[in-house]
Design a protein around this ligand. Structure first.
Ligand SMILES: [Zn+2]
Ligand SMILES: [Zn+2]
Length: 405
């Protein structure tokens, strides 16, 4: 089969690789109809995640048709159309029973690596380095899905791939970012980062009852999409985020702040240069500008929700501000399994149509080009869907977008 494989910093190649096989009787093989590139794939692409190996198959957002199941699979059969969550969960361990699926104790065969890095291991994740299990990803024609009775959710035929694909990650992830804010009626939520996950945090915050959402980014088309979702916006290149937020909230600050940026934040000032130098010298693995600013801006007693990805250590962390002002920090890889069914219901009820985020649809063969434009935010690229069977002309959904082939 064809698959998009990692070959080092900013190098991916679509290659012929062996087809996946059933290895355990709880596995299913899924023939992929649509797969997406995630912002967190860029951390791999940019060489910031350790334990990647040349030839690793990328991709953790995918869906398709079940073409083979192991003998012990009960909930799925050949022909089912499914979306697969990015964390792999056994469904039986302590954390799965607590609905904390991204912390499953049984799905990371390289738990020892993660224990060295983090003290304890989390769940295995598709296509996301050997630290999270070394599972082959879904930017491919086929994928092996372990614990197939636990993860994949069947989706109805009347919904398009683009409407349900993002149940695999960015919709539940953005939603959990908003849910962690404990939103009450009248709340103002500030969101750093208007990438795909940020876009879903914006819409989820409104679904959960926020009165105002203020979204912060610098990329015009992302800010426009945020405004289309009902957010007020701040372009941090043009003005002080802190001062503007205080203006907008009567000097008190937002009730909760979501970091939808993570480890590769850009910042307008010297602090970014400082963080880049530290990161390059391996003295600091993550560039946490958005997180620092979110903490400083949040109102006293508010919540900081960290859903952007971090992988290591930061410095200049304003713990004094957190402690003195009674802030609560919540974080975690999304427990996707917990959210798939309720969010699918919201899609079926017409409360949200996740396809709004797609700017580009291309063939799987175009993955290297797609990574390049997504990384550089060229061609107004916000979210790319790759289709192994695609033979269209790469047209985006809107005439203002063009795709070159
Ligand atoms: Zn993702
Ligand atoms: Zn488990």
């Amino acid at each position: 089969m064809k698959a998009n494989c990692w070959y080092g910093k900013t190098q991916v190649r679509v290659e012929d690789v062996p087809d996946p096989q059933i290895l355990n009787q709880g596995d299913a093989i899924v023939k992929i109809s649509s797969t997406a590139i995630c912002g967190s794939d860029l951390h791999l692409y940019n060489g910031l995640i350790p334990t990647m190996q040349r030839g690793d198959i990328l991709g953790h957002e995918f869906m398709g048709e079940v073409v083979e199941v192991g003998r012990e699979v009960r909930n799925l059969k050949v022909g089912d159309r499914v979306v697969v969550p990015f964390p792999i969960a056994c469904g039986k361990c302590f954390f799965c029973k607590e609905q904390m699926f991204s912390l499953c104790e049984n799905t990371n065969p390289n738990a020892w690596m993660a224990e060295k890095a983090f003290g304890h291991a989390g769940a295995g994740i598709f296509g996301y380095s050997h630290l999270t299990g070394g599972y082959a990803g879904g930017q491919a024609e086929y994928a092996r899905v372990p614990f197939a009775d636990v993860g994949p959710i069947k989706v109805p035929a009347h919904l398009t791939d683009e409407q349900v694909l993002f149940l695999s990650d960015i919709f539940p992830t953005g939603y959990m970012g908003a849910e962690m804010c404990d939103i009450k009626p009248g709340d103002t939520i500030a969101i750093w980062g208007c990438g795909p996950v940020g876009q879903f945090s914006i819409r989820s915050a409104f679904l959960l009852g926020a009165e105002r959402v203020i979204a912060i980014d610098e990329v015009p088309e992302r800010l426009k999409m945020a405004e289309d979702g009902g957010a007020e916006t701040i372009n941090y290149r043009n003005e002080s985020v802190y001062e503007r937020l205080m203006d907008m909230t009567g000097g008190r600050g937002p009730d909760a702040c979501i970091d939808d940026v993570g480890m590769e934040a850009h910042a307008p000032a010297m602090i970014e240069v400082y963080d880049r130098v530290k990161q390059a010298m391996m003295m600091e693995t993550d560039r946490p500008h958005a997180l620092r600013e979110a903490i400083m801006c949040c109102r006293n007693g508010g919540v900081i929700s960290v859903i952007g990805v971090y992988g290591g250590f930061i410095d200049k962390f304003p713990i004094g501000s957190v402690m003195q002002r009674a802030l609560t920090i919540k974080t975690g890889q999304a427990h996707v399994h917990r959210y798939m069914r309720p969010l699918l219901e919201r899609i079926e009820n017409g409360e949200i149509d996740p396809s709004f985020v797609v700017t580009h649809t291309m063939s799987l063969d175009d993955a290297p080009y797609a990574f390049d434009i997504f990384k550089n935010k060229d061609d107004k690229c916000i979210k790319v869907v790759l289709k192994p069977d695609w033979n269209g002309n790469g047209a985006a959904k809107d005439d203002s977008y063009s795709v070159v082939h």
